[in-house]
Structure formats: C-alpha cells, structure tokens
Write a protein that binds this ligand. Structure first.
Ligand SMILES: *Cc1c(COP(=O)(O)O)cnc(C)c1O
Length: 458
C-alpha cells in the first residue's frame, strides 16, 4: 500500500513513512491510495484475528502478516475484557460497542496500544530512537504513556497543566513508574502546554537532537486501528444487513474509521456524529459550512475541540482526490476560519452522515435516563452518542450501534451528578489513589523545558 498526501505535493510513501512521519511534509494528512476490500463476514470471531485480516493490506509490504500478528496480539492482551471491544444490547435495536477496556479506560487505547508497538518495531528496524512529546488536558496523556511504557525505542514526556486535570487523570499518568516515562506539571493552562510543545517542535536543533515525535490523532495508523471494531460490531449485531453507528466525536477520527470501513464494503447505513456544545461538525453537516468558533468547556472534555483535523481525509475524497484543490480549501479555511463545501457536496455528505448536537443538560438527562431504564452507567461522551442515535429517525429494522468511548469511572463527577451513583474504578485501578506519583513541576518557559529535556534525555 502506498500513502498519498491529501495536499498532493509530496511523493507517496509506504506505511512505514506514514507511521513515522505522522503529518506529510506538505502539511497534508496521509491517505491510503486505495480502500482495500474488507471481509465483512469474518469467519473467525476473535478480535485479534479480524484485526490482522483488516489491517494486513494497509501495512503491506512494510510489515508482513506474520510480524503483524504478534504486535496485534500483544496490543490487545492489555485489555481487561476477553472480547477486547465487546458489544452489549442496551434497548430495542440499540447496542453499545464498549471501547473502554484498555489500560486507561478510554477508546484511544484501541489505537495507541497498537501504534506504540508499530512505532517501536519500525524504529528498531531503522536503529533509531524517538521522543514522544505530548501536551494533554487529561486523557490523551495517559493513553500515550500506556502506549510507550516499556517500549525499547521510545521515550515519552507529557506536559499537563498543574492543578487543572482531575485526580484520576493525573494519577493515571504520574503513577506509571518506568524509566522511559516522564511527567511534567506546567505552571499554566492547557494552551500554555500546547504552546510549549509547539515551541519545542519549532526549535530545529532540539527537535533533531531528541528526535521529537508527535503520536497525535492525525497519524493514519490510529484511524486504521479503529476500522477493526466497526467490522466486529457489524458482524455481531447484523451479519447480513445494514447497520448504523452513532459516534461521539471531536477530531472526526473515530467516525472517519467507520467511513473507511464503509469504503471497504461494510454495509453501513448511517454514520451519526454526536457533538457537544463545541459543534463545528454538526453545524457543518447541517449547513455545508465549516466555521471555527471558540472552544467552551463541557462535560465531555475529550470532545472540546475547535477544528476537527481528520475531516481533511474525507474532504480529499469529496474533492475527487485533487490535492491542489484540498490544499487551497484548507488554506482558505485557515485564513478565513470558514469553508463552504457547496450544495452538491453537502448532499453527498448527508447521504451518509447525520449530525446531532447534545448540550450538557441533555447529556446529563441521557445518563440519568439510561440508568433509570436499564441500570447501566454511561460516561458523558457515550451519553452523547446514545442521545444522537435516538434523535435521528431511522428504519426500525436497521440496528444502531453506539460507540461507548469511555468507562463511566473516568468521569465520575458527571455520572454521579446525573444518577446519584458514583461509578467505581475497575479492579486493576482500584488502588490508583494510593500509588506513589512521579512528576516534575516546571515554569511555563520554553528555555526551561529545553534544558530539562536535554538534561533528562541526552
Ligand atoms: C478522544 C475521545 C473522543 C473523540 O474522539 P475523536 O477521534 O476526536 O473523534 C470521544 N470520547 C472520548 C472518551 C475520547 O477520549
């Protein structure tokens, strides 16, 4: 498989180039040259067997099948549910796809557990090391740490805003005791942390000395890993028929994986995008205009985004795979904060996607409703998916699968506010609040951070 840039002005690369490069040199995102056909009736039922089948064409020839298999097996052995991503019925025609049985209790583990191992293998082949540098407002940091811990070729440094992440979120990062993991508490807010990361990447000397790497949500390997659970969920609830998915989304990464599955032949009826008050995606699906607004905090913080970067991969197909046109559209979007895709393209978007905005009040209501009706606790992100699924009129014969993206105990305050019940951490994390923490407080100063990184890592 060759990978092209959505902006069309750099040469194609293999899977290894897309994996290590992350962003293409022309600022575009890597996309596979074709959408390989997926076996939509997998005869095997193990998640990891389906994963190897679905992923093999995307990583070929860089990674042969027999080398892919152990990486996949190891990645999903870290999940505490035997089915890895189990599907459970919620109510008539509505199912939950539980993506939160990984080490940090949120769906990013599904992609990052594999990505860490894929990167480690490729760096070993090149005889190189890399330093993953991440700013986090809570969730991404712990998923990235779990992806890197114990890997031979990766170091990871995570910056979080001191005093501004929840206890559980901080401890999921700082209680990891591994020589290649470092946590830094920055005296500032999340934007400050992000600015420090940007400054470190912009410092070419530092970037080269430490071989800084991003592991962020635009890496193709993350999207690819997420295609697998659409296939296993469809096989579980509707082996012969269409199925719709409702996805609480921010960066468009998760729902894009569903669209990729559909391109590969999976019988997907509708892809329902759920957003919180930061609703750039649902406004776009309603009007055809993608327009940037400020970010406001919500009960579903992992979806508090201003721009959904993964949309660019979908736009590339929508604009007839014309990189020059995509580059021009993205440049206009960046300068004007606004992109109008026009009526004809909007019709094509709406042939597959529906969008539903669910505000905090409706989120709490949905958490409460699900608890009352079914005795099930769901986290705020999952609740947005459920509310979105219920808001879209649909054929009663087409089952709907809601992607449950976080364990309720990851967001205990919102769940308790809605239900009066405080969700418990799973057993393997039950002593999280008693474990020793490892972190270094630093001033919000790029020179101070550069000194720290050099002292620790060189
Ligand atoms: C990251 C995240 C999302 C949003 O995923 P995208 O890939 O940005 O669409 C939703 N829910 C949870 C719990 C998350 O951590």
């Amino acid at each position: 498989m060759r990978y092209l840039s959505t902006r069309g002005s750099c040469p194609p690369v293999g899977f290894d180039g897309a994996l290590i490069g992350g962003l293409a040199p022309d600022g575009g995102l890597y996309v596979p040259e074709e959408w390989p056909a997926i076996d939509v009736h997998p005869s095997v039922e193990r998640y990891t067997d389906v994963a190897v089948d679905v992923l093999a064409p995307y990583v070929s020839p860089a990674i042969p099948r027999d080398e892919l298999r152990p990486l996949v097996e190891e990645a999903y052995a870290t999940f505490s549910h035997a089915d890895v991503c189990p599907v459970t019925p919620l109510e008539d025609g509505l199912h939950l796809l539980e993506l939160f049985w990984g080490p940090t209790l949120a769906f990013k583990d599904v992609a990052l557990q594999l990505l860490g191992r894929l990167m480690d293998r490729e760096l070993a082949r090149r005889d190189e090391r890399a330093t993953v540098l991440v700013a986090t407002s809570g969730d991404t940091g712990s998923a990235a740490i779990e992806a890197c811990r114990g890997r031979d070729r990766l170091d990871i440094v995570v910056l979080h805003p001191a005093g501004r992440v929840s206890d559980v979120q901080r401890r999921q990062m700082t209680t990891v005791d591994e020589p290649n993991v470092r946590n830094v508490a920055i005296d500032g807010d999340f934007d400050t942390c992000q600015d420090l990361v940007k400054a470190a990447f912009a410092d070419t000397a530092l970037r080269d000395e430490l071989r800084l790497s991003a592991m962020n949500s635009i890496n193709w390997a993350r999207v690819m890993a997420q295609v697998v659970y659409y296939v296993t969920a469809a096989a579980a609830v509707a082996p012969d028929g269409p199925v719709s998915f409702a996805v609480p989304t921010g960066n468009f990464g998760n729902v894009l994986a569903g669209w990729v599955a559909k391109q590969g032949g999976l019988d997907v009826d509708r892809l329902i995008v759920g957003s919180n008050r930061n609703d750039i995606l649902t406004r776009w699906i309603a009007s055809g205009v993608m327009e940037v607004e400020g970010v406001e905090p919500s009960l579903s913080p992992s979806m508090d985004i201003q721009v959904s970067s993964n949309v660019e991969r979908y736009l590339w197909e929508l604009y007839g795979r014309n990189g020059a046109v995509v580059a021009e559209a993205m440049a206009r979007f960046r300068s004007d904060g606004r992109l109008d895709i026009g009526a004809a393209r909007l019709d094509r978007v709406r042939a597959t996607f529906s969008g539903v905005r669910v505000d905090d009040e409706a989120t709490l209501f949905e958490i409460q409703r699900v608890h009352e009706a079914h005795g099930v606790l769901v986290d705020p992100h999952t609740a947005i998916g459920i509310a979105a699924a219920r808001a879209v009129p649909s054929d009663p014969d087409v089952p709907r699968v809601v992607l449950a993206t976080a364990h309720p105990a990851k967001f205990p305050d919102a769940v308790e506010a809605a239900t009066g019940v405080r969700p418990l951490l799973p057993e393997h994390l039950a002593d999280l609040l008693d474990r020793p923490e490892h972190l270094t407080p630093l001033a919000a100063d790029s020179a101070v951070l550069a000194d720290y990184l050099r002292a620790e890592l060189l």
